[in-house]
Design a protein around this ligand. Structure first.
Ligand code: GLN
Length: 304
């Protein structure tokens, strides 16, 4: 499979694409990004990698980080985690409040904001320095020690994080947040501010395409059964109220973020990261989805 040729072809086709998406502006720092940025990077389990565009430039990975915090928590907790959240698609926006109230403070899944806040709460309970543990984990699986949080983005989100504060408070009222709310929000905002490039994200997500093992050394980072579950959750819940559409059009487990990044994996075959900051109405990268749809169409390789 000549992935480089396929990525070039897709990018050529998309160069005239009229992109009606909009950059996320509710985190003011994110609205400063150049909307024309575009990159796609694909890593194969056979070791080759293929790139087009701005694949070395770092951007705010935002909700993609929820996959990393879920992995850390699943390594720590086992099935006790599922007493505090469910594994069902929410069918609602990532920052929606009303379903959480009706369901007594139990988030539908770990990839909506409420679920990720519970994950952050668990990390605060389990680790003395949760932010350091998140960094250590991401640096390890991507093999890039310079990956870091973006302080400006974290502060910007903290100053405008009213809905996340509301979600955390609502869950605290139901007893599903154990620690101090501002400590939990701080961990969550920092993890969302992680800055990574498409190349680094594609590399990091190889763990999920490669049964939980690092490609280079074969070291097991997470047990293969847990990886299957994480991938199942990416498939069913990775795109909030657009998870069905992503499965329908792209057909891969994946995760998006409001920074305009999407990472998708094909188990045993590849991981692919795309970045284009303009988002559709559901908060997913418009060109990112278009790119991945064309990738699975042209390669004929979706998981279905
Ligand atoms: N940090 C963002 C928020 O909490 C992440 C949302 C996202 O990427 N979908 O609102």
């Amino acid at each position: 499979m000549d992935y480089t040729k396929i990525l070039n072809k897709i990018s050529e086709e998309l160069s005239n694409f009229s992109n009606s998406g909009k950059i996320a502006s509710y985190i003011p720092e994110l609205s400063k990004v150049d909307p024309s940025k575009y990159g796609v990077h694909l890593y194969c389990t056979l070791g080759s990698h293929h790139a087009y565009g701005d694949t070395k430039e770092r951007f705010s990975i935002q909700s993609i980080s929820k996959v990393f915090s879920l992995t850390l928590v699943m390594k720590l907790l086992g099935d006790a985690l599922w007493e505090r959240m469910d594994v069902e698609p929410s069918g609602n926006a990532y920052n929606s409040l009303f379903q959480l109230e009706r369901e007594n403070g139990i988030p539908r899944n770990p990839f909506i904001n409420s679920g990720a806040l519970v994950l952050a709460d668990i990390l605060v309970s389990e680790y003395e320095k949760p932010k350091d543990e998140i960094l250590k984990f991401v640096r390890n699986i991507s093999e890039v020690t310079s990956i870091d949080f973006d302080e400006k983005v974290a502060h910007s989100e903290k100053q405008h994080g009213y809905r996340n504060a509301a979600l955390a408070n609502l869950m605290k009222s139901f007893g599903n947040i154990k620690n101090d709310i501002s400590t939990v929000l701080d961990v969550y905002f920092y993890q969302c501010s992680l800055a990574m490039s498409c190349e680094e994200l594609a590399k990091a997500f190889m763990v999920y395409a490669n049964q939980g093992k690092l490609l280079k050394t074969g070291e097991e980072i997470v047990n293969p059964i847990k990886v299957q579950r994480i991938n199942a959750l990416m498939q069913t819940c990775g795109f909030y109220d657009e998870a069905g559409e992503f499965a329908f059009r792209v057909g891969l487990p994946g995760k998006s973020g409001v920074g305009g990044g999407i990472v998708a994996i094909h188990p045993e075959k590849y991981s692919a990261a795309v970045w284009s900051p303009k988002l559709n109405e559901r908060g997913n990268s418009l060109l990112g989805m278009e790119t991945l749809e064309r990738l699975t169409t042209k390669t004929g390789l979706s998981i279905f």
